[in-house]
Ligand binder design. Structure first.
Ligand code: UQ1
Length: 444
């Protein structure tokens, strides 16, 4: 480890500019390489990539002052995977090679993180290298724990099993194959208890499937509809925000979808799904002909087991400044941040500029003056061609961009085109480049 070779804390800036000599010295000494950067960003997803470029565009950094760490080969536009589930997009069109999205002025480490040492201002990578930083931004996303539902990994991998999920690149195109293959029987769509990214997506997959079957003459609201649909959710309601939840429950009733509330999927065995009911503490088994599963999710192990974690295992940052509550040179945004709001790409459009502003202020020894209000959004597909644009902040307070003109709890065609055409386009043309601030428009 580099700590034994160099004294870094005070000589941080000098070593940053003398990076080449540092590296050759490390090689010469045959020790793990020590690399020094003003800012190290963990994760090159929607949050890490966008905010690294925002930092770079501030003009306050020299080439390689900022480092980006991510083991991935591909960068995915994950909000598009629901559209893949509805056969509205091809999954291959929603990804790009990650390296090509990174400005060459950023130092890219194509590795994963092994451990954080916040007291030493270092991060150890899985290849043994250490990175030293003045500021650390943590944005590696959330971990999908497929194993947490017994039988799920096997059922997803089995091409003949009618079990799928929009939550992964490998499986999101299995979703429509199972939907278009179903001609009659029971379809169950699940949502787990606990934190998931994009809490509206579990039912988006269902609403698109319902519309597909309706158009194919396979679904109606009568008791002899060939296909019957159930929404089995660990939650007691359709959605966490009362304004939208009410409307979604009304849709559910009108469309004759069975609501299995407080039903948390525990295991899958052949065509049987077993749920744990939080209200009665009982297990309930249902037979299915199609099962759309939302896996359980949680913080990455390397965060949960670090000093950076809060009680739930996410990064313990201040709700408003996005600065770590214990380590003033650590920040977090995106799904890994322990913020009491819904985890979405839209949330990142609001978080990233706040984090960047506060980090820059902090670097210059100035007061933090930007504040995140919890903004997040869920463009909820309720049928083909219609989206309910739920937008809200901390406390579930609606924060509707077009609220003066529209009641956004009413599903609309204009919002469908935002979701299907505009957001994917602006994401790759502007957001990953640090140019897009969501409802605030372009970043100067
Ligand atoms: C947004 O900017 C964005 O990013 C491209 C999304 O895609 C994931 C969104 O879902 C939303 C809602 C926004 C917010 C922007 C506007 C104009 C409401």
């Amino acid at each position: 480890m580099l700590r034994s070779t160099f004294t870094l804390a005070s000589g941080n800036r000098a070593i940053t500019t003398g990076q080449t000599s540092l590296r050759s010295y490390a090689t010469h000494q045959a020790v793990a390489a020590a690399r020094n950067h003003r800012v190290v960003v963990i994760g090159a997803g929607a949050a890490g990539l966008g905010l690294s470029h925002q930092l770079l565009r501030s003009g306050k950094f020299a080439p390689k002052d900022i480092a980006l760490v991510d083991p991935a080969q591909w960068h995915h536009y994950q909000p598009g995977w629901t559209l893949v589930g509805g056969n509205l997009k091809n999954k291959e069109d929603l990804r790009k090679p990650l390296a090509g999205l990174i400005n060459p002025k950023l130092q890219f480490y194509n590795n994963s993180v092994a451990a954080f040492s916040p007291e030493q201002n270092t991060v150890t990578l899985s290849n043994g290298d250490s990175l030293c930083y003045e500021h650390l931004v943590v944005a590696p996303g959330i971990s999908i724990n497929y194993d947490a539902i017994k039988g799920l990994p096997e059922a997803l991998a089995d091409v003949s099993a009618p079990v799928s999920t929009i939550y992964g690149y490998e499986t999101c195109d299995k979703v429509f194959r199972t939907i278009s293959g179903l001609k009659k029987g029971t379809a169950i769509f699940t949502q787990p208890t606990g934190v998931v990214k994009c809490a509206g997506a579990p039912q988006k997959a269902m609403w698109l499937a319902l519309d597909h079957w309706k158009r194919a003459g396979l679904y109606d609201t009568s008791s002899n509809s060939p296909i019957k649909i159930s929404f089995a959710t660990g939650l007691p309601v359709m959605f966490g925000v009362p304004k939208y939840s009410q409307k979604l429950n009304q849709l559910r009733e009108e469309r004759n979808v069975e609501g299995l509330f407080q039903h948390d999927l525990e295991s899958i065995d052949g065509d049987k799904a077993t749920f744990f009911r939080a209200d009665t503490q009982e297990r309930v088994t249902k037979r299915f002909d199609l099962l759309h599963v939302v896996p359980k999710m949680g913080p990455h192990k390397f965060i949960k087991e670090s000093q950076l974690a809060d009680g739930a295992g996410f990064v313990d940052v201040d709700d408003s400044t996005l600065r770590h509550n214990k380590f003033p040179n650590i920040w977090a945004a995106g799904d890994s941040a322990g913020l009491p709001t819904s985890k979405t790409a839209a949330a990142i459009t609001a978080q990233a500029p706040v984090l960047v502003r506060n980090l820059l202020q902090s670097l210059e020894g100035k007061t933090l003056d930007a504040s995140y209000n919890g903004y997040t959004s869920c463009p909820l597909l309720t049928e083909y061609n219609k989206v309910m644009l739920a937008e809200f902040g901390y406390g579930g307070k609606p924060m509707e961009t077009f609220g003066r003109v529209f009641d956004q709890s009413v599903p609309r065609r204009a919002f469908f085109h935002l979701k299907k055409d505009f957001f994917p386009w602006i994401y790759f043309t502007a957001m990953v480049k640090g140019l897009w601030g969501g409802p605030n428009g372009f970043i100067r």
